[in-house]
Ligand binder design. Sequence first.
Ligand SMILES: CC(=O)SCCNC(=O)CCNC(=O)[C@H](O)C(C)(C)COP(=O)(O)OP(=O)(O)OC[C@H]1O[C@@H](n2cnc3c(N)ncnc32)[C@H](O)[C@@H]1OP(=O)(O)O
Length: 424
Amino acid sequence: MTTSDRRTTEWTVRGTDREEYGEAARVIGEALLAGDDPDTVLERMRPIHDFEGYERVRVAVDDTGGAERIIGATNHFPFEMHLPGGLRPVAGVTGVGVWPTYRRRGVLSSLMRRQLADIHGAGGRYAALWASEGAIYGRFGYGPAVAETAAWVERTHAALRPDAPRDPDLTVHLAHSSEVRADLEAVHGEVVRTRLGQVPRTAPWWDRALRDKPEERGGKGRLLAVVVRGPRGPVGYALYRTAGKWESGGPQGTLHVQEVRATVPAAWTLLYEHLLDRDLIARIEFEFMAVDDPLVHLLANPDRLVREIFTSLWVRLVDVPGALAERTYTAPVEAVLAVTDRYAPWNAGTWSLKAGLEGARVEATDAAPDVSLDVSHLGAAYLGRTTLTGYGAAGLATEHTPGALARLDAALYRPDAAFNGVIF
Ligand SMILES: CC(=O)SCCNC(=O)CCNC(=O)[C@H](O)C(C)(C)COP(=O)(O)OP(=O)(O)OC[C@H]1O[C@@H](n2cnc3c(N)ncnc32)[C@H](O)[C@@H]1OP(=O)(O)O
């Protein structure tokens, strides 16, 4: 069958198992331009998938002409994520791909419809994903909920403010990442409890974060960990690699930061002093940084931190009334929402939201709506930083009661920006 054989009806979507997953991985690897041979792609995916299981993988098959062939796949990990209100079960959607000759014929649409029904059927209220392209997931009800940045700074302009907080009881230690794993896990566990968007990390996810095969280093050095310790244990760490470069004008090395986490302000100071002032380094690059990372304030000249903003998490409310009812709100609000949802029809309808500082109630209603909007807008706004007012100004959400969108935004707002920092 070729791309000219256009079939856009529903495709057969079914579960799979560990053995057959190799075929699905071949499709996903090719779709995502993994480049490696299928066995290498599979070897990289196996540890996480063996841990998380294969029961949530869904494959689309072409069953025309007798034999079945896997032509698309999706999966989701049963994560917990820190959302407004606390740690919640979130379906971490991943491994989405369609075999190149079957694109644009509705394969992904069939997979998404089935996956949402499965998540909902299992009692799930949320799904979240990192999108390969921003144009794909809005139609399936996902909204751009979290903005993060990649960042870099030249070492010559990376001095910290003289009044950056300091604590003489804190000390700095440098080691290979594998030697201090317990420290990293302790700090990360603490950060997950306070930072929106974070996901607790199980053993295979730590293995992945600390994976340091020489052939996969891409010309950089070993994965190092700098740990800050206080009297009661570790309070911060950073994972990074260096890449030396020698030019006629002098050393021009780069320091690549994979992640930085800290639980007290003075630990950020020590970590950044270490990262921003290694000898022979000219430039420091951060792969993922929260939009409100302390470095933005700690640099003596914050303008020298060059940041590129991108969407990390796309969030989908799989159960609109359930998700809105268990969220915490920054201000009381009452509103009637008319919600459209093409892919999860159980959400479509008119909902009355009555939210206070102590809790929220959401019920189906016949009342006239204050706003009409799509489920993707609610997903975008759920973590408190993407405004519904913005969708209104763009003409995508409609305000029937003047001021209703702004009142909803004030109630949904979170002063602390969510940060995920790990592509899944
Ligand atoms: C969470 C993750 O895993 S992200 C990784 C996603 N995977 C990739 O990017 C791998 C490369 N791409 C692919 O494998 C496929 O092109 C997919 C999965 C993105 C899309 O699969 P398809 O089967 O082609 O999608 P399908 O035919 O169901 O398209 C549904 C709609 O989305 C649109 N669409 C699909 N992909 C894209 C895209 N990349 N950009 C813009 N629009 C898109 C289609 O035009 C169609 O629009 P319509 O409903 O208005 O006609």
